[in-house]
Design a binder for this molecule. Structure first.
Ligand SMILES: Cc1cc2nc3c(=O)[nH]c(=O)nc-3n(C[C@H](O)[C@H](O)[C@H](O)COP(=O)(O)O)c2cc1C
Ligand code: SF4
Length: 483
């Protein structure tokens, strides 16, 4: 691998282009940002019955900062206001909301239940108010809530309490799955489907335009898409592995008419990665290498990669999934990849790994390019579905240039921002409206927003957001990192 150059050291779009070409990374960008009405970022689009006046999306970004009973807090309100201030007309999820308390990924995750309805409605209202205060109107926004069950990664009381779709030869030992009793039964699945539908009804009452029936990042419904080895009505064939989605959507149509449904999908996956033990020393994590998967071939434990070679993408089932979604009236799909728990470099490319990760096994731009390329292929295969792209934050200074290129060439319908929204929510709107980019606010993928919650602290942009930078939690985080 070539040495990785920091994006901040590439002074112009031309330098960026030379850099990616030299490394044979398939990533295009526009040299000039088009501002005002002609900007590809500001083109209107009609989706779910609303005309949105730009192509900007804020991804779901949870903060590990709810109350112990799954309600909202002041830092959460602050984050949702920030989402509103971004100018994005599509708000994808706000943040993950568990449909049952035991399905939380951490003890501070939101729970979408009757008791928390007022709190969650307040988050929704704060987002709209902030957007109106800055842009005059929030009627042209589409706001969805992300419904989740964390499955293998449930930690409702701070320690792993996994509930899995099937026994997994590589993930079970890593995430404390030791018994078949931890595999969710068909009856439990049926009750969970009811919980998703009930949460969707509440989402509607709290002001959501759509719900995201989350199928990404290794959480339970994503894991079901790879449940080839599971027997019974929810495993084996493609039809069975997508039955949960069909049943949830049917229930939502019956019980929350008018509520739209979207899906966030990990459109491809790889085997789990780990830090190379040969190159891990003292406090330094080695570069990521795949777990030894040879004994698991054909690899029938994931979705969107080849069973014979699980480090290669196979989009045949993801295309079928989008077609199925379209037949169910799902107009919006947010594309992501992999999982932050077992292969973060394909999900959120970063220069600096979080404390439970590994050093980059590839130039993080390869990870960005991979997601952009998959999104383009899926857009070509399913032009009628509105697709949101992910993993743009690592592009940093060139995020606007790449985003504009992707939108202009119809490689994607919306550009979503995740980490960048924590440090610089208005980056895309600023450039599209002719304002100078503020380089001090650019996310440099330090991963503190992931390292902090891995140690029980709230998430946030500790290096760049004064609210976190000057907090007591920052002192704790610094000490943890020193250790
Ligand atoms: C702190 C943090 C919280 C996140 N929370 C969620 C979440 O609640 N739901 C979700 O689908 N993805 C979540 N993600 C993933 C992001 O939405 C996004 O896919 C990822 O960061 C890659 O996009 P980016 O390059 O713009 O950051 C989170 C990521 C981070 C770093
Ligand atoms: S902590 Fe801030 S700079 Fe670091 S990855 Fe997160 S958002 Fe980006």
């Amino acid at each position: 691998m070539y040495p990785i150059r920091r994006i901040a050291s590439l002074p112009t779009p031309q330098d960026f282009r030379s850099y990616v070409r030299e490394r044979v990374i398939d990533l295009e960008l526009d040299d000039q940002i088009i501002t005002g009405r002609g900007s590809p970022l500001l083109q209107p689009v009609t989706v779910c019955g609303k005309t949105l006046t730009n192509r900007l999306c804020v991804h779901a970004m949870e903060g590990w900062d709810g109350t112990p009973t799954g309600g909202s807090t002041e830092p959460m309100l602050r984050r949702w206001r920030k989402f509103g201030r971004s100018g994005a007309k599509l708000i994808w999820g706000g943040e993950a909301m568990a449909v049952v308390p035991e399905g939380r990924a951490n003890p501070n995750q939101l729970i979408l239940n009757e008791a928390n309805l007022g709190d969650i409605a307040r988050l929704r209202a704060a987002l709209g108010e902030e957007h109106r205060a800055h842009f005059g109107n929030s009627d042209d926004m589409l706001v969805g809530f992300q419904l989740t069950h964390s499955g293998r990664f449930c930690r409702p009381r701070g320690v792993l309490e996994p509930l899995v779709a099937f026994r997994h030869p590589l993930l079970d030992p890593k995430f404390k799955v030791t018994s078949d009793a931890q595999v969710i039964s068909d009856d439990q699945v049926k009750r969970l489907i009811d919980a998703y539908i009930a949460a969707a009804v509440l989402a509607r009452r709290a002001g959501a335009d759509f719900v995201d029936v989350k199928h990404c990042h290794g959480y339970l419904l994503h894991e079901f898409l790879g449940a080839h080895t599971r027997r019974g009505p929810y495993g084996g064939s493609f039809e069975n592995r997508t039955r949960i989605l069909r049943e949830i959507v049917a229930g939502i149509r019956a019980q929350a008419p008018g509520l739209h449904v979207g899906v966030r999908l990990s459109a491809f996956d790889f085997v789990p990665f780990k830090p190379d033990p040969q190159r891990t020393t003292g406090g330094t994590l080695g570069p990521g290498i795949p777990e030894d998967y040879q004994r698991c071939l054909p690899y029938r434990y994931s979705f969107g990669n080849r069973p014979e070679q699980p480090l290669e993408i196979d989009l045949s089932e993801p295309v079928k999934f989008l077609e199925l979604g379209a037949s169910l009236g799902i107009e919006l799909v947010n594309l992501s990849a992999g999982s932050p728990y077992y292969n973060p470099h394909i999900q959120r490319p970063a220069l600096f790994p979080p404390s439970d990760g590994y050093a980059p096994p590839e130039d993080p731009l390869v990870g960005v390019a991979r997601q952009i390329s998959v999104a383009r292929q899926l857009k070509q295969a399913c032009p009628g579905v509105r697709l949101v792209g992910s993993a743009y934050s690592y592009l940093q200074d060139y995020l606007p240039h790449v985003a504009q290129h992707c939108l202009r060439t119809e490689g994607i319908d919306f550009v979503g921002i995740g980490r960048m929204v924590l440090s610089y929510p208005s980056i895309l709107l600023d450039v599209a409206t002719g304002r100078d980019i503020d380089r001090k606010k650019i996310c440099r993928t330090f991963s503190d927003c992931t390292t902090a919650p891995r140690h029980g602290l709230p998430s946030g942009c500790y290096p760049l957001d004064d609210y976190y930078k000057h907090s007591q939690d920052m002192v704790t985080l610094r000490n943890l990192k020193k250790k």
